[in-house]
Design a protein around this ligand. Sequence first.
Ligand code: PLP
Length: 493
Amino acid sequence: MINKTRQHINQNEGLIFEVSSPGKKGYQLPDLDVPEIDPAAALGVAAVRSEIEDFPEVSEVETIRHFTRLSTQNYGIDLGLFPLGSCTMKYNPRINETVARTPGLAWAHPYQPESLSQGCLEVVAVLERMLLEITGMDAVTLQPAAGAHGEWTGIMLVRALHESRGNGRKKILVPDSAHGTNPATAAMCGYTVENLPSNEYGMLDLSALERQANEDVAAMMVTNPNTVGVFEADIQKAAAILHAKGALVYMDGANMNAMVGITRPGDFGIDVMHLNLHKTFSTPHGGGGPGAGPVAVKKQLEPFLPVPRLRRVGELWTLDQHRPASIGKVRAFIGNFGVLVRALSYILAHGGPGLRNATLDAILNANYIRKALEPYFELPFKSPSMHECVFGDDRQAAKGVKTGDIAKRLIDYGFHPYTTSFPMIVHGALMIEPTETEPKQELDLFIDAMISIAKEVEEDPKFVLAAPHNTRTSRVDETTAARKPILRWRPGQ
Ligand SMILES: *Cc1c(COP(=O)(O)O)cnc(C)c1O
């Protein structure tokens, strides 16, 4: 029920305009000790307003309390479990921020001469080396600013390689379990996208691949673990099928937090891949950035990597701009340096065994949730989960309650909703990624909430359909809210 009782502090905090009272001030100034002048005479009439329309007039303490209360209406990873996982906001260890604020790194200017930038270039060099060790690839560019940007860069490299062989291949194969950016990237790079079906385990269907792989295929783009949280167990066989036809294998490595320290794409047939440093290596990226999507490649693609390339000349690092086969620059300078620093900090703070443990914990946490919720929600694919588990809403939908409704009800329990309706190959998907940092107590609270909601759906589906009950706003018209957001307050609204 919407709480209509009058409460002193509640979620339905009024707007600051509504508590405005003419003449109230949030500041005290001493008497002028210089002659007063007429601002309109000094600045011109056009530059001076006699009044700011609808400007809220409130005291200092009212202002502070209002914004403090507003700040508590948000939900963040520092408050509790965020089941959207590394894809959106995994916990960012504070050490990363400390390191990124090191004055010599934070204040370095990209136009500083190379001789004065050796420390920053060393950071880049060490990060490159570590990412190569983690992925098992031969060379890496740190330039792309995000995962999707990395995909675009990677496929441009594939195109450059085929073109250098005088070969105008037209198609890119994309499994239906791939991330949506994969087909979008292929299309942006001028390729025709051909869909590959998954089998009953949520994995690549090799017999379909055998049929579809031919000399017109430039590459397959595969998300691994894929969007249903399943590791492509046949990836080596798939790579062999494609390689035999002269096609390459691109791996979307956004889900590498299920793989780091356990297995390496470079060892199972991948030719080119991207990493999302802002996911796997924890840089916060809520609200749209900044990110970093390094692209790692096997030797044959190295000549085409974006310029500049870091090169050691004697005792010094230098940036090599003269690489004739390069696809050019994809981002200013060497990329989002602050994100690179945080990723390196994360890697070094964990060390090799620590990174492997983080991966194991991420997998353990996802499977713990999967097992606990399996009796209550439809599990479409029975393969073990990697970093995330995916349910469908079939059982609840029979009572008229969809994945989005369950997610809304979860808000009342104090959790951020999980990912709803994605991936598309699962009907009414509930995708849950807890990540490695969550303690068992937090997972248990989340599981309790989900089980409790499953029972509510059985007993009183209407109640769930009206959720959330305890928030400032309940259900909004999501389409209108996205297309015609009301961002300015007007009197009487
Ligand atoms: C997040 C994600 C992307 C896109 O990465 P951005 O950094 O958001 O551009 C691509 N593929 C997968 C599997 C992802 O999770």
